[in-house]
Design a protein around this ligand. Structure first.
Ligand code: ATP
Ligand code: MG
Length: 640
């Protein structure tokens, strides 16, 4: 196993099943992935498993497949036709249950609507919809006819929508009159009208009703979905597309800079998503699975739509906010549908932790069997709360590390193969077929216990096909730092047992007095203090140490900012991590700058701290958070 990520067998020996599978997958990836690919229905089998022409990988070349067929048609040929596909819960408390046969019928009709508008294979369709059943149905309808979908999160502004339309040059936009968020209207059609002034490629707009608010409909351009459905036929054949045909373009969260339009293919993506979903979530026929991510993120693509539906799973789709109309809304939904697998983000968990345990205890969560986390490193504090309060100390937590670029989970416990002993805060081990390693600046693997850059040393089927319209950025971002290896941009460490720990973005690593410390390490130490709910770490230049630690923190209900608390927290971090990590400054704020997918934007803090330009803010959740940070820094400037 020379040159792979597998540590000594002594470490893994108790996990024989996982180890055996991992070894086979790395030693003979093509054979391994061909076996996995045979679990799907192909219209035509591939000629070549992998054509690797670095940095471009083409999987299952010559094969023909259809993503909608995998997710829907396959199931309606079996008893699953009467199985629940989607439990949809509206924010207002209204709900809908769709069986696989109902889903099949709608998907066909929506595909017919697209056909009638002139959409065909290879055309791009932008979906700017709230979390309503129409969203996954339109994704599947696009896939059915070989059209390429780009989902734009419904919380984005007109400018962010226009940017994505312009980048894809799509001709069709699908939106709604309005959606709901915390009881307020999200006026999607009005925002779309504004965006279309800036995005001239769109020729036709399909509008679905959700909010029932009056909107402007431009004759010849805008069409009501319910009217188009009158002319739709009930069956549209699923188009067999090449395995390398693009399935979707999806923009990254924009945590580290301007979002990238990630292109995913069909065959390789489906194989990777199908297998990974089973390994990570151990889904069973009777599972009720709820991933709280918005469909507008990659988690929503692979872990709300394509992964579970490939398996004929029953999914929950919730339209609204976690704390609306009351802070126990999520737990109410878990109880209502008997959710067995619950998958969310650390930011969601930390937000609900703030409200305490009593609101959770009002609900019967005994249906839960498995919990998951994604999006950021989960700090041990939040892990323990999630395990104890939500999981009742009986549900394993799968901490899944992956990116828009990877298409599916790369590092995570895999109870669907074998459950390894968990360590709170560690994503544990790479999935079979994922040749992950941690290397130093020169690209050499670092020994156990040493920090470095997380890389993937060989292609995997879910790997992105490129950045839309920007081959140079594709090469520069992922393939130029370490030739021949995919650079993830994340900083990590592997402990002596071979467990992977993600330490944050590589460009956010602090260099203090010659030590390299990941932002996550200091943040973990900060939130392990009882008063702190969330923390974001950045630095300011220091003439002696190189960099000095600056922390922004939000407080648990019942704690107030004070100089004493500041000192206590400084002491706490000092005693947890050692004197080198002692913060120079701590600021208590009411909210941290985050992306709309809930990730802390440390680059904003860094830019404010260093007086640099803040850069692309179109994915920022709340501008007030940046103002608060700016004010805090201005105070700091006055003092020094
Ligand atoms: P951009 O690439 O535009 O800066 P982004 O990286 O936040 O945005 P995503 O693809 O949505 O966009 O997020 C992937 C990143 O999220 C990973 O690179 C990693 O930093 C972080 N991440 C996701 N899951 C985990 C996890 N389980 N543990 C630690 N970090 C995670
Ligand atoms: Mg990224």
């Amino acid at each position: 196993m020379e040159g792979t990520s597998l540590p000594s067998e002594a470490v893994y020996w108790p996990f024989k099943k996982y180890l055996g599978m991992y070894k086979r997958s790395i030693e003979d990836p093509e054979h391994f992935w061909a076996e996995e690919a045979r679990k799907l229905d192909w219209f035509k089998t591939w000629d070549t498993v992998l054509e690797w022409d670095p940095p471009y990988a083409r999987w299952f070349v010559g094969g023909k497949i259809n993503a909608c067929y995998q997710c829907v048609d396959r199931h309606v040929k079996t008893w699953r036709r009467s199985k629940v596909a989607i439990y949809w819960e509206g924010e207002l408390g209204d709900s809908q249950v769709l069986s696989y046969s109902t889903l099949y019928r709608w998907v066909n009709k929506f595909a017919s609507v697209l056909n009638n508008l002139g959409v065909s294979k290879g055309d791009k369709v932008v979906l700017y919809l709230p979390m309503v059943p129409e969203l996954p149905i339109f994704m599947l309808a696009c896939a059915r006819i070989g059209a390429v979908h780009t989902v734009v999160f419904s919380g984005f502004s007109a400018q962010a929508l226009a940017d994505r339309i312009n980048d894809t040059q799509a001709r069709i936009l699908v939106t709604a009159d309005a959606g709901f968020r915390r009881g307020k209207y999200l006026e999607l059609k009005n925002i779309s009208d504004e965006a279309l002034n800036l995005a001239p490629s769109i020729e036709k707009v399909v509008v679905t009703r959700r909010g029932n608010i009056p909107v402007n409909m431009k004759p010849g351009r805008d069409f009501w979905l319910h009217e188009l459905l009158d002319d739709a036929v009930s069956y549209v054949p699923a188009e067999p597309v090449e395995a390398t045909h693009p399935l979707y373009i999806l923009y990254t969260s924009g945590t580290t800079g301007k979002p990238k339009g990630i292109v995913h293919g069909t065959g390789g993506y489906l194989v990777f998503t199908n297998s990974g979903y089973k390994w990570v979530f151990d889904v069973k026929e009777e599972s009720v699975y709820w991933c709280t991510a918005d469909v507008g993120w990659v988690t929503g693509h692979s872990s709300v739509v394509y992964g579970p539906l490939c398996h004929g799973a029953a999914i929950v789709l919730y339209e609204g906010a976690p704390d609306y109309p009351s802070v126990d809304r999520w737990w109410d939904i878990v109880e209502k549908y008997g959710v067995t697998i619950f998958y969310t983000s650390p930011t969601g968990i930390r937000m609900l932790m703030r409200y305490g345990e009593d609101v959770v205890k009002r609900h019967d969560l005994s249906s839960l069997e498995l919990l998951g986390s994604v999006g950021e490193a989960i700090n041990p504090e939040a892990w323990h709360w999630y395990y104890r309060v939500i999981g009742g100390e009986r549900c394993p937590i799968v901490d899944t590390w992956w990116q828009t670029e990877t298409g599916g989970t790369m590092i995570s416990p895999t109870p669907g193969i074998e459950l390894v002993p968990l360590k709170p805060g560690s994503a544990t081990f790479p999935l079979p077929g994922v040749n992950a390693d941690i290397v130093d600046e020169s690209g050499k693997p670092v020994p156990a216990g040493e920090k470095g850059y997380l890389v993937i040393k060989s292609p995997w089927p879910g790997m992105l096909m490129g950045i839309h319209g920007d081959p140079q950025r594709y090469k520069d971002t992922y393939w130029s730092k370490f030739p021949g290896m995919f650079y993830t941009g994340d900083y990590a460490i592997r402990d002596k047992d071979g467990y992977f720990w993600l330490l944050g973005r590589a460009d956010e690593v602090l260099k203090i007095a010659g030590h390299r410390i990941g932002t996550i390490e200091i943040e973990d130490a900060a939130v392990s203090h009882e008063a702190v709910v969330e923390a974001a770490v950045t630095s300011r230049p220091d003439p002696v140490k190189g960099e000095g630690v600056v922390i922004f923190a939000t407080l648990q209900q019942g704690f107030e900012p004070s100089p004493e608390l500041k000192n206590k927290l400084k002491q706490h971090i000092r005693s947890t991590l050692g004197p080198v990590a002692t913060p120079d400054e701590i600021y208590f704020v009411s909210k941290l700058p985050k992306t709309r997918s809930g990730k802390i934007m440390r680059r904003v803090l860094k830019a404010v701290a260093s007086g640099a330009s803040i850069g692309d803010l179109t994915t920022l959740e709340d501008e007030a958070s940046v103002d608060e940070v700016k004010r805090a820094f201005e105070e700091l400037q006055k003092k020094v």
